[in-house]
Write a protein that binds this ligand. Structure first.
Ligand SMILES: Nc1ncnc2c1ncn2[C@@H]1O[C@H](COP(=O)(O)OP(=O)(O)OP(=O)(O)O)[C@@H](O)[C@H]1O
Ligand SMILES: [Mg+2]
Length: 425
């Protein structure tokens, strides 16, 4: 959905009630909220004005709704038990903003300020005039040509490569987190590290906050699932699978279950289906989207090299032995079953942001990357307290998704109506 061209509908009432009202000043009189754009459950995004520089900006407010609520302008912790956790999340949010600010790249959204106010944190982002890839793929009247899709992928891969070189993961690559400006240049937004911190409480919170069906790789669904650069590449592959085929790929958990049962993969490969694309280009996306991390492309650079050498065949990587494969699958499937059947909180998930890739190891990561990846712990009691709010959060997420669907339908109807009026006049 276009953030800037879309009027906020009645369906957004709940979203808006959590959000700061239009016209609210921030950081003294430096910024003024124009209107809320979205509430993703972890943060609230606003269109705002920088009064000193006299320009429009986007401001993201740290608002992990599992742990907090609004009173007046202030963000309050839901209960004393959440206090520590909430502070850690706010700290992570600030670190995340600093990390993005340090990664200067033409295809990563610019962060030009962070500040604390109303007992929470805010990041000020460059305003990108344009649309996100999800709204573009949903708008059947104006599909992106293959050459442009290829160009967008090359630019995003270059941005992802920089993220990985800095020992970071994006963790939430999806069509709604890539914006296309009016010149067609893509921008990566909405990094998910702080969200990962919030989700470390329980897998239930994790499922609500960090898993995006269709785009998240299977390791995001499992407690202790090891995440690395190939996890981001899976999500990027899934994003481009959607752009090219017009449909989001099936949930990676479903794919894995079918794989474990020796059934055909419900995700039909792209290669061989779209003659308007180079087959090596499509095969690289298929490879990035392999179920098992080992079988995927291992780095953004490797992917870029394949695109640059188009025409060569991508050879699928062979997994060492069927025996090991079955063992891994059995373990993963039993973990899923255990999670589904038993809602007791698990041991805190070990931090997984530190990357281990097939590339030569970076000898010393920059200090800010270490800080960004720092470990935190929480008590079992805290975990239990969080579980209480999970059901509520899941219901709100479902409501939000329904509202989003209604809004899209409304927008589409409006679009059809406008096109009809145009052709009649
Ligand atoms: N810099 C920006 N310029 C223009 N629009 C933006 C910008 N950042 C975000 N948006 C719009 O706001 C929407 C939501 O932003 P974002 O993806 O950062 O948060 P979210 O997904 O709603 O929240 P969460 O962090 O909880 O997942 C985006 O899909 C986009 O439409
Ligand atoms: Mg987002």
């Amino acid at each position: 959905m276009t953030a800037l061209k879309q009027p906020i509908q009645e369906a957004d009432q709940e979203e808006r009630s959590e959000a700061l009202p239009d016209g609210t000043p921030l950081l003294g009189d430096q910024f003024t909220i124009d209107r809320a754009l979205s509430n993703g459950g972890f943060g609230i995004t606003y269109l705002a004005k920088d009064n000193y520089l006299d320009r429009n900006v986007v401001i993201k407010e740290c608002y992990p709704e599992v742990f907090c609520m609004r009173r007046g302008k202030d963000v309050l912790v839901r209960s004393d038990q959440h206090k520590e956790k909430y502070r850690t999340i706010v700290k992570m949010f600030m670190r995340e903003a600093r990390s993005i600010a340090k990664m200067r790249h033409p295809n990563i959204v610019g962060v030009h300020r962070i500040f604390e106010d109303n007992h929470t944190a805010y990041m000020v982002l460059d305003l990108i005039h344009g649309r996100d890839l999800l709204s573009i793929v949903n708008d059947e009247s104006d599909p992106l040509p293959p050459a442009q899709i290829k160009e967008i992928l090359i630019k995003v891969l270059d941005a992802v490569d920089l993220v990985h070189q800095n020992d970071l993961l994006h963790r939430d690559i999806s069509p709604d987190n890539i914006l296309l400006d009016k010149w067609g240049s893509p921008f990566l937004i909405d990094f998910g590290a702080a969200r990962e911190e919030a989700s470390r409480e329980t897998r239930a919170v994790s499922t609500v906050l960090i898993v995006k069906d269709g785009y998240s790789p299977q390791e995001f669904y499992f407690a202790g699932g090891k995440q690395g650069p190939s996890s981001d590449l899976y999500a990027l592959g899934a994003t481009f699978y959607h752009l090219i085929s017009g449909v989001a790929p099936p949930n990676s958990q479903t794919r894995m279950a079918e794989f474990a049962g020796n059934n055909p993969d419900p995700c039909e490969p792209l290669a061989g289906r779209f003659p308007e694309y180079d087959q090596a280009f499509l095969a690289a996306i298929d490879k990035a989207m392999q179920i098992l991390p080992k079988a995927r492309l291992q780095s953004a650079r490797e992917w870029l090299n394949i695109i640059n050498r188009e025409g060569q065949q991508v050879k699928p990587l062979k997994v060492s032995s069927r025996f090991n494969l079955n063992k891994t699958l059995t373990r993963l499937v039993s973990e899923t079953n255990e999670y589904v059947l038993n809602s007791e909180p698990r041991e805190p998930v070990k931090p997984t942001l530190k990357l281990k890739s097939a590339e030569p190891e970076v000898v010393s990561a920059p200090r800010w990357a270490e800080e960004f990846n720092e470990e935190t712990t929480e008590t079992l009691e805290e975990q239990r307290a969080v579980q209480k709010t999970v059901a509520e959060l899941a219901a709100r997420k479902a409501e939000r998704e329904a509202a989003e669907r209604r809004r899209k339908q409304w927008w589409r109807l409006g679009f059809l109506h406008r096109s009809k009026s145009k052709s009649l006049s």
